[in-house]
Ligand binder design. Structure first.
Ligand SMILES: [Zn+2]
Length: 128
């Protein structure tokens, strides 16, 4: 079971940015799943689901409220997967044959880091 979040605060965030974070955490989940980390994959999918639910809620306009703890957890998962692609050889296709998946893997790392940074930036709004 996942721990209960301690930080119950929410921050207001642009729907457009949150859509990007759904993509980032779903992709992180795909990497985790394909590279044998079922626990991280499940966590990433839970986060994608939770964020998707926030985006699908009634009265969502240009912005919507998201829990600070969700952003923290998302940044941590996405950052962790980026690190594993970089230093543990996680790949979008770990089949063992070389068919240009390394290029995809190299390109995805800075994108994931940027998206983790976005989540942290949004989250920082709750501290001010
Ligand atoms: Zn392959």
């Amino acid at each position: 079971m996942r721990p209960v979040r301690v930080d119950a605060r929410t921050v207001s965030a642009a729907v457009r940015v949150l859509g990007r974070l759904v993509m980032a955490v779903a992709q992180a989940g795909k990497y985790a799943s394909l590279n044998g980390d079922g626990r991280a994959a499940a966590q990433a999918m839970d986060l994608a689901t939770e964020l998707g639910a926030a985006l699908a809620a009634d009265r969502v306009g240009e912005e919507t409220e998201v829990p600070v703890g969700l952003l923290d957890e998302l940044a941590q998962v996405v950052e962790s997967v980026a690190g594993k692609i970089e230093s543990e050889g996680w790949s979008i296709c770990p089949c063992g044959e070389a068919h240009e998946q390394d290029e995809v893997d190299v390109e995805v790392v800075p994108v994931m880091r940027t998206d983790a940074g976005l989540a942290r930036q949004l989250r920082a709004g709750a501290d001010s």
